[in-house]
Design a protein around this ligand. Structure first.
Ligand code: DGL
Length: 283
């Protein structure tokens, strides 16, 4: 019997969790695949960033957030739209709730394996994700070699809304130049750049421009896990034909800065996020 058996005809309520706004890139991909589903999104904005914290703290924050989505929002399926929580806290989340949980690392690594011909992949992510080497391990399991780099300045720039800004472009240039130098020094021939943080698709244009300039004449394709995750979720939870709503139902929650969430969230999602509800998950 599958873990998804027994869901109601309209399909489950899908809980989507991130430490901030970045996970809205995953929600956007989910909306494309499941346009009639019911979503509850939680951004743990009061405790962001997760990427500079310890495994213990990340696990506690992520487990509390997952429990909120299941207990208070009735989520029957959880998507951890946060690479840091997926890399360091998937076990803790699975222990904390009794619904199926999908993280972004495995689908992301699978997408990298499909995209890379040279089998050498660059991964950029938060400090905690890189220190966990979750991507390197998931890539290795698929016959890929990964060179990882922590890019801690990128999340604050995205959260500030500086998605198309000269400062962001310069910071990206410094990180990617160092990463390419390290890869070349170690004899790697990367042809794929994996965005190992759900905030990075929001600066995808800058990342694509800069990697093309630095890697030229070689080509490096940019991939993120959002599409791969959405595809996997759609296969698992697609409502039976003819039973879905004609449009999605989305509820958004944040643990702080609801006005900023409403403003930036609508921009990132490409749809009005509506009224964002404030929740208190403690410190
Ligand atoms: N959402 C996190 C991730 O995808 C980045 C933001 C943070 O550090 O909390 O890794």
């Amino acid at each position: 019997m599958s873990a998804m058996d027994g869901f109601e005809k309209e399909g489950p309520v899908i809980g989507v969790f991130d430490s901030g706004f970045g996970g809205l890139t995953v929600l956007k991909a989910l909306l494309k695949r499941l346009p009639g589903a019911q979503f509850s999104f939680l951004g743990d904005t009061a405790r962001l960033p997760y990427g500079s914290k310890s495994r213990r703290t990340i696990a506690r924050y992520a487990a509390e957030s997952a429990q909120f989505l299941v207990k208070e929002c009735g989520a029957e399926f959880l998507v951890i739209a946060c690479n840091t929580a997926s890399a360091l806290a998937l076990d803790a989340i699975q222990k904390a709730v009794s619904v199926p949980v999908l993280g972004v690392i495995e689908p992301g690594a699978a997408a990298a394996a499909r995209a890379s011909a040279s089998k050498d992949v660059l991964v950029i992510a938060t400090e905690a994700t890189v220190a966990s080497h979750a991507y390197a391990a998931a890539c290795r399991a698929r016959g890929l070699r990964a060179v990882e780099k922590a890019c801690p300045l990128l999340v604050p720039l995205v959260e500030e809304g500086w998605v198309d800004h000269p400062v962001t472009a310069e910071v990206v240039r410094i990180y990617l130049r160092e990463l390419l130098q390290e890869a070349r020094r170690d004899g790697y021939f990367p042809d794929t750049l994996m965005l190992g943080c759900t905030h990075y698709p929001l600066i995808r244009g800058v990342l694509e421009r800069v990697i093309a300039e630095l890697a030229s004449p070689l080509k490096v394709g940019v991939i993120d896990s959002a599409e791969a995750v959405a595809e996997e979720v759609a296969e698992l939870v697609a409502p039976p034909a003819g039973t879905a709503r004609s449009r999605p139902e989305i509820r958004c929650f944040a643990t702080d800065s609801v006005e900023k969430f409403e403003r930036l969230g609508s921009r990132f999602l490409g749809l009005p996020v509506g009224k964002v509800e404030l929740v208190d998950l403690g410190g």
